[in-house]
Design a protein around this ligand. Structure first.
Ligand code: GLP
Length: 260
């Protein structure tokens, strides 16, 4: 795991956008894993700004979302597919048909989850997965206690996650109880995973993820078992890390030819 601590969300966005830009040069038909939630939004804004400057094209990019609510009506403004369309996909030249999300309106749950897994495999797999983290250490919608090798499936949200996400709805009651999410095993198949976190509310989850034991009680801790993970943090979300000084000195001494 590489831990990068930066002063602000905009610095984080620039670093991650630099990585995407570099990958696009090598592989224009990049397969990107997209996360919803508020934390990655500055990254999407930065990518859109660079696209508008003509620095790259997303015309051949394929993208896969991590998760989706179950049974929100098609086109509901808070469906994760709609959110990602609004904040990212509709703002650049990516083909909307190349942006995939788990189907939360399925009639056959098993078929729908396994066909999502197949779609990811057929694309050649995710090259770069952008991830956020919940305050209890969940990633995508893999709540605490999730199998560390799980695949795409339906999960029941904890009350805490429903309350956290209630800010996007009129009330907690409106937040669906069920979701369909890539499993931890699915996420772990990505070639490179970049987890971003900002704000003091994420400090404990970040410390458990990076320096705690690998445990289903902190689903993100499974990332310790991945060969290429970059955790990009602001000062507040890094504040509970014991080895902060080491991470900072490692990053500042990083050879200039080596990107994240
Ligand atoms: C939801 C999403 C996660 C996201 C988390 C944190 O639970 N399913 O993918 O990481 O929220 O969101 P935020 O970045 O808004 O704190």
């Amino acid at each position: 795991m590489e831990i990068v601590i930066l002063p602000s969300a905009s610095e984080i966005a620039k670093l991650v956008a630099d990585k995407v830009q570099k990958l696009l040069k090598i592989k224009p038909n990049l397969v990107l894993g997209l996360a919803t939630g508020s934390t990655p939004i500055p990254i999407y804004d930065e990518l859109v700004a660079r696209y508008e400057q003509g620095l790259f094209s997303f015309s051949k990019v394929r993208a896969f979302l991590l998760d989706e609510y179950v049974n929100l009506p098609f086109g509901h403004p808070q469906s994760y597919l709609e959110v990602i369309r609004r904040c990212f996909v509709n703002r650049l030249d990516i083909d909307p048909n190349n942006v995939h999300a788990p189907d939360g309106t399925f009639s056959d749950m098993f078929l729908s989850c396994s066909s999502y897994e197949s779609k990811i495999k057929e694309s050649g797999g995710v090259d770069l997965q952008i991830l956020g983290i919940g305050i209890d250490g969940h990633i995508a919608f893999n709540e605490q206690g999730s199998s560390l090798v799980s695949r795409t499936r339906v999960k029941t949200l904890t009350e805490r996650t429903r309350q956290d996400n209630a800010r996007f709805f009129n009330s907690t009651n409106e937040v669906p109880r069920h979701v369909v999410t890539q499993g931890l095993g699915t996420i772990m198949d990505a070639e490179h995973i970049v987890l971003v976190a900002t704000g003091i509310s994420k400090a404990k989850a970040v410390a458990n993820t990076v320096e705690g034991a690998v445990s289903a009680s902190c689903p993100a801790s499974i990332l310790q078992m991945h060969k290429h993970v970059t955790v990009v943090l602001d000062d507040a979300s890094a504040s509970d890390l014991e080895r902060q000084d080491y991470y900072r000195s490692t990053f500042s001494a990083k050879p200039s030819w080596q990107s994240i």
